[in-house]
Write a protein that binds this ligand. Structure first.
Ligand SMILES: [Zn+2]
Ligand SMILES: [Zn+2]
Length: 257
């Protein structure tokens, strides 16, 4: 199993997971031409995609789904709540595959099993995902305002983790975001601060962890080195071991073995 990202952050997200002939895209908040360019950069064609998995209805996650799904006739998996809050043209896609995020049965797409993970975020039925190929597990966790026992339960023992480090509280407080927006980001249904992401690591069994990437960093309210430092301190590793997902370029393939 390997994974990569085309983009990560509030201007657009798209992550790829591949195992055998199964190629999944998790979220797509990018215009179709950028998706094609990004896939080519990773040595892929959009026609190789098996399905799109959506986490929630914010534009940086679903904005590019309708164009990509219609161009390549892709199935789109999303929770009932996400589907009920999304708008046309998303809701008119022919291959929508709704699921109940409380159903413990994993989704099976090709060679991968996928567990939706319910998260606290200010949308109808937001989830993140854990991917399992029978040997390794990859967890992806962004867009949540607080940690829950359920999140810890779902992600403990994973072999790779893509983890939101949205903001550094000092930078957010001193930055130019209006007070209301700051409050939303900092709130229990907003986004994870560097320190909250680090706190999660201390609650997880990280003994199998081969890859850790800081993701969904705010361009305004964070710096890659602050996120790396916070996670490295929690893990007891050097900051340069922690990867950083970039807004415009995501990150290159990471392999699990
Ligand atoms: Zn987001
Ligand atoms: Zn969001």
């Amino acid at each position: 199993m390997r994974f990569a990202a085309l983009a990560s952050g509030s201007e657009g997200n798209a992550l790829l997971v591949q195992h055998g002939s199964t190629l999944l895209m998790m979220d797509c908040g990018l215009p179709l031409r950028e998706v094609k360019r990004g896939l080519h950069r990773l040595g892929l064609e959009p026609a190789q995609l098996s399905a799109i998995l959506v986490t929630h209805e914010h534009g940086d996650h679903i904005g590019g789904v309708p164009a990509l799904a219609s161009a390549f006739n892709l199935p789109v998996f999303a929770s009932h709540g996400t589907l009920s809050s999304a708008q046309a043209p998303f809701t008119r896609l022919p291959r929508l595959m709704p699921f109940d995020s409380h159903d413990p049965t994993p989704l099976v797409i090709g060679d991968l099993e996928i567990c939706p993970i319910r998260v606290p975020h200010d949308t109808r039925e937001p989830v993140q995902y854990r991917f399992d190929n029978g040997q390794h597990r990859l967890g992806v966790l962004t867009d949540l305002g607080s940690l829950t026992p359920h999140v810890v339960h779902c992600l403990t023992g994973v072999d790779a983790l893509v983890l939101e480090c949205n903001y550094e509280p000092d930078l957010l407080a001193r930055g130019r975001y209006p007070a209301r927006l700051q409050q939303r980001i900092r709130g229990p249904l907003g986004h994870l601060a560097n320190q909250q992401a680090a706190e999660l690591l201390t609650q997880l069994d990280c003994s199998r962890l081969q890859h850790l990437l800081a993701a969904h960093l705010s361009n305004e309210n964070n710096r890659p080195e602050l996120a790396q430092q916070a996670l490295a301190t929690a893990l007891g590793c050097t900051p340069d071991w922690i990867g950083v997902a970039r807004q415009r370029t995501g990150f290159d393939w990471r392999e699990l073995h």
